[in-house]
Ligand binder design. Structure first.
Ligand code: TYD
Ligand code: MG
Length: 455
């Protein structure tokens, strides 16, 4: 008798399964991503193929579908609700990804606390920390009242049982990499285990109408399966990011079946947990130097929301034959491109100059609307002429030195007015389309040269 196969190869990126090893995954075309993992003999496959949520209903018209249970629950944080598309949808699966130690557990614990305070029944399942550790963290955050239950467990069979018994409105799984279900033989955190566990959790979520938050660690290049492969399965994907040594954290929506993506929510890590930052522009512009050359305030759109940030540049004579360019918070290639445009189209000799470009506060932005501000910051530093500190600048710069239109100019200008800016340099085409605004002086420019002449 032939020996039953006990291992298979899985792609770490997309979860593709194959009987033999391959250098390149045929599904996602990534190299060196196949890993060998044990597989369990398929015995209960028939039972598992019927998903738990296939309640037998006849085909029906959309107008007959009741929307009552689709009511959204508020997380208690306006910043997070906006990213989710005005709250949590019942029975949906939300993946929260992020580097270890960034504050995922803290955020979800606070969300659980708010939900419980609003009269919801919440179950927080931790596979990483003991109840004692959770209690210690909770003490920094504040009182936990209402129907908020905690469970330390990694076996999904038991978790399923408890969820069925407790029937919570919201459950948190912290984290998917520690969960273990019997139908996959591989160790927790491996590709097949993560995939099986997620699909089991999905059946629980959809079958019982429990909204579920799932935490997933993102590792740079590790054995642990990244949430990449989970992204297809869940309804919503949020990334929690930030510099470890800066206090603010950003929740970014990457995928959302119930709302728009590209939205961000800003939080600040404090002694007593995460606090909302309802006005990030003010926060980002805090402690701005006065009258310094090379500093320009720009406006970037994050989803539907404008954020003002300070772009800084430092241009100095180079000590080596080859000038250095560095970029922090903006795209490095974009900075190279803009310096080339400045050389060729505006005749500035930057070939003997080092240029360092930075976004103050450590935010990462890559919107083309920042181009004009980056170019102006470089020139301001090169000439050592400060840009008026009550002016904001935005616009995309093309390769021939023209300033091109950007989207949502009106919102950007309004944000500048709100924060007390008095002038704005923007693309001429945007200015022509805009309503008159007497609270702020608007300068429309059509080329980089015109903008520099305004300095
Ligand atoms: P944590 O939520 O455990 O991160 P993750 O679950 O993403 O791995 O966050 C841990 C970090 O947050 C840790 O470095 C300490 C910090 N922290 C605070 O600064 N203030 C607080 O009130 C709490 C609870 C954590
Ligand atoms: Mg954690």
């Amino acid at each position: 008798m032939a020996k039953a196969k006990t291992t298979a190869f899985f792609c770490k990126e997309c979860g593709y399964e194959s009987a033999k090893w391959m250098g390149q995954c045929p599904a996602c075309r990534q190299w060196n991503t196949m890993v060998e993992e044990p597989v369990a003999p398929k015995k209960e496959s028939a039972a598992r193929s019927a998903p738990a949520f296939s309640v037998r209903t006849p085909p029906m018209k959309l107008s007959e579908v009741s929307l009552a249970e689709q009511d959204r629950m508020s997380t208690g944080y306006g910043e997070l609700d906006r990213v989710l598309g005005s709250g949590i949808v019942g029975g949906s699966m939300i993946l929260v990804g992020g580097d270890p130690g960034i504050g995922k557990s803290t955020l979800l614990l606070q969300v659980c606390r708010n939900l419980a305070a609003a009269g919801k029944r919440v179950l927080y399942i931790s596979g990483e920390e003991s109840l004692k550790q959770i209690r210690l963290r909770a003490e920094r955050i504040g009182d936990m009242n209402g129907e908020l239950y905690f469970l330390c467990e990694t076996a999904l069979g038991r978790i399923e049982e408890e969820i069925k018994k407790l029937k919570p409105d919201v459950a948190v799984i912290d984290s998917i990499q520690t969960m273990f279900c019997d139908s996959a033989a591989a160790a927790p955190g491996s590709v097949s285990q993560v995939r099986e566990s997620t699909s089991l959790l999905m059946q629980i979520a959809k079958g019982l109408g429990v909204a579920m938050f799932i935490v997933g660690h993102v590792t740079k290049e590790g054995v642990v399966a990244g949430p990449r492969l989970l992204e297809h399965m869940v309804d919503t994907v949020l990334y929690f990011e930030g510099e470890r040594n800066a206090a603010y954290r950003v929740v970014r929506g990457v995928k959302n079946r119930f709302g728009s993506t590209n939205e961000i929510g800003v939080f600040e890590m404090t002694e007593a947990g995460l606090m909302e930052v309802p006005n990030p522009s003010e926060y980002m512009l805090n402690g701005r130097p006065e009258g310094a050359s090379g500093a320009v305030v720009a406006c970037s759109m994050e989803g539907t929301r404008p954020i003002l940030i300070e772009v800084q540049a430092l241009v100095t004579r180079t000590n080596f034959g080859m000038p250095r360019r560095t970029a922090a918070g903006v795209d490095y290639n974009r900075v190279n491109l803009l310096t080339a445009v400045l050389e060729k189209r505006c005749r500035y000799d930057l070939s003997q100059m080092d240029a360092y470009v930075n976004i103050a506060g450590g935010m990462k932005m890559n919107e083309p609307a920042l181009d004009l501000a980056i170019a102006m910051a470089i020139i301001s530093s090169y000439k050592d002429v400060p840009v008026d500190e009550k002016t904001i600048i935005f616009g995309e710069v093309g390769l021939s030195g023209e300033v091109r239109a950007v989207s949502m100019a009106e919102q950007r200008v309004n944000e500048a007015v709100k924060l007390g800016f008095e002038a704005c340099i923007l693309p001429k085409i945007c200015l022509e389309k805009m309503k008159k605004n007497d609270k702020i002086k608007l300068y429309g420019v059509s080329s980089l040269r015109e903008a520099i002449a305004l300095l």
